[in-house]
Each structure stands twice: as C-alpha cells, then as structure tokens.
Design a protein around this ligand. Structure first.
Ligand SMILES: CC(C)(COP(=O)(O)OP(=O)(O)OC[C@H]1O[C@@H](n2cnc3c(N)ncnc32)[C@H](O)[C@@H]1OP(=O)(O)O)[C@@H](O)C(=O)NCCC(=O)NCCS
Length: 219
C-alpha cells in the first residue's frame, strides 16, 4: 500500500505549498555556485584577485582569506538572485493557487500527503506558448520523502488528467542543476526537446541552461 495519498489542492494547503516550492528551489543554490565557478572568466578573475592581494599584502594567508571573503560575497549575490527567482514564482501562479489551477477543468493542482502533512506537489495547465499543449509545473517532494516514487505518482496523476481530456502534448521546463528531476522525466517517458541559455544577464554569464522536455500522451 502506498504510504502517501494524492489529492487535489485545498485552500488550507496554501502556505505549505508555497513553502515547499521555495525550499525545493533554494536547494539548487550550491549547484548554481559551482556552475559559476566552472566558467573560465570566473576562474581567471579569482586568480587575478588572488595575485593582486598577494602582491599588495605579501601574505599568503591574508590572500586566501581575502579570496574566501570574495567567494562568500559572491555566494550571497547568487542567493539574492535566487530569492528574486522564488519571489517571481510566488507572485505568478502560486500567488492565487485556486484561481490559477482550481477553476474549471482546464488545470489542476495536486498535493501528496503523509499523515495529513503535505510532502509533495504537482500542477498542470495549458501551456502559454504552445496552443494545444499543457505544461507540467511545480513538481516538488520534501527531501525526507524522496525516492519513494512520490514525484512519479504525482506526475502520473497529472498525465492521466490530461489524457482523459484528449491532450496530445505535455511540456515542462527544467534547468541544468535539477539533475534529480531529469531522471524522473526520462522515466515517465519525457524526452529533451530543446536546451537554451536562460535569457537574463546572470544566466548568460554562467551559461545557465534551461531544458524543455516533451511528453506525447499515448492514445
Ligand atoms: C525531482 C524530485 C521531485 C524527485 O522526487 P522523488 O519523489 O524522489 O522522485 P521519485 O521517487 O518519484 O523518482 C522518480 C524517478 O527519478 C529517479 N530519481 C529520483 N531522484 C533521483 C536521484 N537523486 N538520482 C537519480 N535518480 C533519481 C528515481 O530513481 C525514479 O526513476 P525510476 O522510475 O527509473 O526508478 C525531487 O528530487 C525534488 O523535489 N527536487 C527539488 C525540486 C525540483 O528540483 N523539482 C523539479 C522542478 S523542474
């Protein structure tokens, strides 16, 4: 018997759903910092700063400490950008979840719960940029409950929902750092259709790739 229970969103789930989204988002901070450090311009800048510090202070320890301080400041900068990303999501469809997903039969939001605690989410709605296709969104499972097949079950619930409505294509967007999710999507039958650099200056600077996946609903 499944440990968890999947049901449609209710208004009292609002705060937990938003918190689960924010937590799932921010856990990729470390991976994004590593992606930034992989960039040749970042590595060159760090070497340059280190040389300048060493030349001016003539202290190896002081130079390493200065470099560590710079890395800490840079990490806080990335955290700030993450906060903005989270606020964007919270101010879009998650601002009014009922209005975004629970009016009519054209969209839906589900939660997975264990002993009445919400531990997973998924949502689906018609895709903005492709008429006829629907978009899977807001897939998140609380860390302590991962690996139980919960995300797969949530996504299948959403895919069954659209299959019953005769939808042929489901798309979703994910990023290069959400590696756990890539395996989830492949195992559900999605294939990667497109990859592109997210159109913002910070994303361009660190070559931050976004992937578009597509699922063709079997007839
Ligand atoms: C991605 C996420 C939703 C997966 O949740 P989950 O409940 O652990 O996933 P499941 O247990 O249903 O696993 C589904 C498939 O993904 C695989 N998978 C899940 N986590 C994995 C990991 N860390 N490494 C490798 N494979 C993994 C499972 O093996 C399974 O594949 P299988 O069916 O071939 O065996 C979860 O890690 C998460 O919430 N991450 C943070 C939020 C996020 O990144 N969301 C994606 C937004 S695009």
């Amino acid at each position: 018997m499944a440990l968890y229970h999947i049901r449609k969103y209710r208004d009292e789930d609002y705060e937990t759903v938003r918190e689960l989204y924010s937590t799932g988002f921010v856990e990729h901070l470390h991976a994004v910092c590593l992606q930034a450090l992989r960039q040749p311009w970042a590595q060159l800048s760090l070497v340059g700063v280190f040389c300048v510090l060493l030349a001016s202070s003539r202290s190896l320890l002081g130079s390493f400490l200065g470099l560590a301080l710079l890395l800490l400041v840079a990490r806080e900068g990335v955290r700030f950008l993450f906060e903005q990303g989270i606020q964007l999501g919270l101010s879009e469809d998650l601002q009014d979840i009922r209005k975004s997903y629970m009016q009519g039969e054209e969209s839906c939001f589900w939660v997975a719960e264990i002993q009445e605690c919400i531990v997973g989410t998924v949502a689906i709605l018609p895709a903005r940029e492709e008429t006829g296709a629907w978009e899977l969104k807001r897939i998140s499972v609380r860390r302590a409950y991962r690996g139980l097949g919960m995300a797969k079950a949530l996504c299948r619930t959403a895919l069954d929902f659209v299959a019953a409505r005769g939808v042929e294509n489901v798309v979703l967007f994910t990023s290069m750092v959400q590696t756990d999710a890539h395996q989830l999507y492949r195992s559900l039958g999605f294939h990667k259709e497109e990859e592109f650099i997210w159109p913002s200056l910070p994303a361009k600077l660190i070559n931050f790739m976004v992937f578009k996946y597509r699922y063709r609903v079997p007839r």
